[in-house]
Design a protein around this ligand. Structure first.
Ligand SMILES: [Zn+2]
Length: 108
């Protein structure tokens, strides 16, 4: 079982918190602040805030997809070398495992 704050996480509206700049986005879950993305209205920072808020959903979806994949195809032996620098060259199942491990703070 994951130890992170249970999802869903969401973004507060801009300006909801007076202790941060007006354009900053506060990510919260289960009624508490989890992260603050500081920015001045730039699109990259807004995309980063959206990605952070989606993290629990992405983790859950990745676990479901990996489980469904293994149910359908079984555990296949692959030639992947699961090292952090090789993640872009792994098969889809190994990439999913790597992403889940990263999200859970584990080594590959
Ligand atoms: Zn693989």
């Amino acid at each position: 079982m994951s130890k992170h704050t249970r999802g869903p996480w969401s973004l507060a509206d801009r300006g909801d918190y007076n202790d941060f700049e007006a354009e900053s986005r506060v990510v919260f879950g289960t009624g508490k602040r989890l992260a603050v993305v500081h920015h001045h209205g730039d699109k990259e920072a807004e995309a980063n805030a959206n990605l952070i808020a989606a993290a629990p959903d992405l983790l859950d979806a990745t676990k479901v997809l990996l489980s469904d994949h293994l149910d359908q195809h079984g555990e296949r032996v692959c030639d992947c070398q699961p090292e952090p620098q090789n993640v872009g060259h792994l098969c889809s199942a190994c990439r999913a495992r790597a992403a889940i491990a990263k999200a859970e703070g584990r080594d590959l």
